[in-house]
Design a protein around this ligand. Sequence first.
Ligand SMILES: Cc1cc2nc3c(=O)[nH]c(=O)nc-3n(C[C@H](O)[C@H](O)[C@H](O)COP(=O)(O)OP(=O)(O)OC[C@H]3O[C@@H](n4cnc5c(N)ncnc54)[C@H](O)[C@@H]3O)c2cc1C
Length: 410
Amino acid sequence: MSEKAQFDLIIVGAGPAGSAATLYAAKIGLRVLLLDKASFPRDKVCGDALSGKAVDVLKELDLLEAVRTLPGAAINRIIFGSPDGSALNINLAESELNQIPEGFVIRRAVFDQFMFDRAREVAAECHENFTVTDITIEDDQVCGVTGTPGDSGERVSYRAPITFGADGYRSIVARKLGLYRHDPKHVVVALRQYYQGIEGLTDQIELHFIDEVNPGYFWLFPLEDGTANIGIGMLHKAIKHQKVDLKQALARSIASPRFRERFSHAVPLEDPVGWNLPVGSKHYPSVGNGFMLLGDAAGLIDPFTGEGIGNALYSARYAVMAASAALTAGDYSRASLLEYDRQLWSKIGHELRVSTRLQKIGHWPRILNFVIKKAEKNRELANLIAGMIANEVPRNRLANPLFYLRLLFK
Ligand SMILES: Cc1cc2nc3c(=O)[nH]c(=O)nc-3n(C[C@H](O)[C@H](O)[C@H](O)COP(=O)(O)OP(=O)(O)OC[C@H]3O[C@@H](n4cnc5c(N)ncnc54)[C@H](O)[C@@H]3O)c2cc1C
């Protein structure tokens, strides 16, 4: 076994969290080793939607101009379909909340390759096709990783005072350090399928709360050249309880009277593919002596919208800030790195708690019918919902029972 040079940081996983962390770290002069088991470009099962939060970080990293030129679709509208068939069409550009940021749908094969290429340019060392298999612990302190390059069967170890687990759902870093959990109450299971030729899909993302996926939703997101990303997602607990077959539920959604016309000339480009979304309805520990977990490895996905890229990017920002302070102080203990968890959760914790309550409202089709019908006729409410989705207006107004009571009398 060979042992390689020291770095300030080892980052396991070069998805949005790991690549963004590399970029933030390089900005302040840290020497990063970035490792990923995949060869890029690689697919990642996802809805591919980048909303305001992701745009915020891309702007901070000076990447937004370049992201605008990637193949994909720019989003100007959001459509919410209610269980009874009515739909709320929100035009973001016309919204009176004129600070609503832009959004995109870009295949993850494209977006992640773009981020990885930028990260590779600034990392001290970077290896794709390198699978991390073990964590080195000395005196109760994580001090490096071991893994296998390609199919070589060789074992290579690297050392650094701090390791980031940015390696997604079922993170090897979380598993080896005893922090991995799969609780069906806090995991959504979702299917994605790329399509060509769905009618009426241009510059809008569509979220339909329909009987075929309850509680959960059916999404239709446009991509470039008439292609689209569609899918469904449901809480794992509900899937088990209702014994739902997700593939059949997706097929039923497509064939339902509301959608079958739009799919009449559409062609699937793949079989449905599934993956898990560890949602942030519970605040799990994400820090220990010498390590931090980022993005999906820390379970940060919004339980209401399923958006995880934005929070993964935010976690990169705060993890690097905490790592930088720890490196300056020479203190890599859990107590020192906990600053990451404090900063991150003070930024996203409130919103995640509100989204957890909103996720529960999704169990009640009548409330959804009611809100969507009201908003169709009420511009003020439609603007408010647009702002909440774009993170410009606090979401807790939607999760407050008094909000619905007031609506009754409007
Ligand atoms: C069906 C579905 C739809 C979704 N839709 C959306 C959406 O529209 N918008 C949105 O914002 N979010 C969406 N999400 C959530 C989003 O995909 C995740 O939150 C996001 O990918 C998290 O980024 P990450 O960098 O933490 O992890 P990942 O993107 O999972 O990246 C982890 C990386 O770690 C690498 N890795 C794993 N194990 C190892 C190992 N042992 N050694 C080395 N490398 C390793 C992997 O190869 C991978 O590149 C969706 C998720 C699903 C499943």
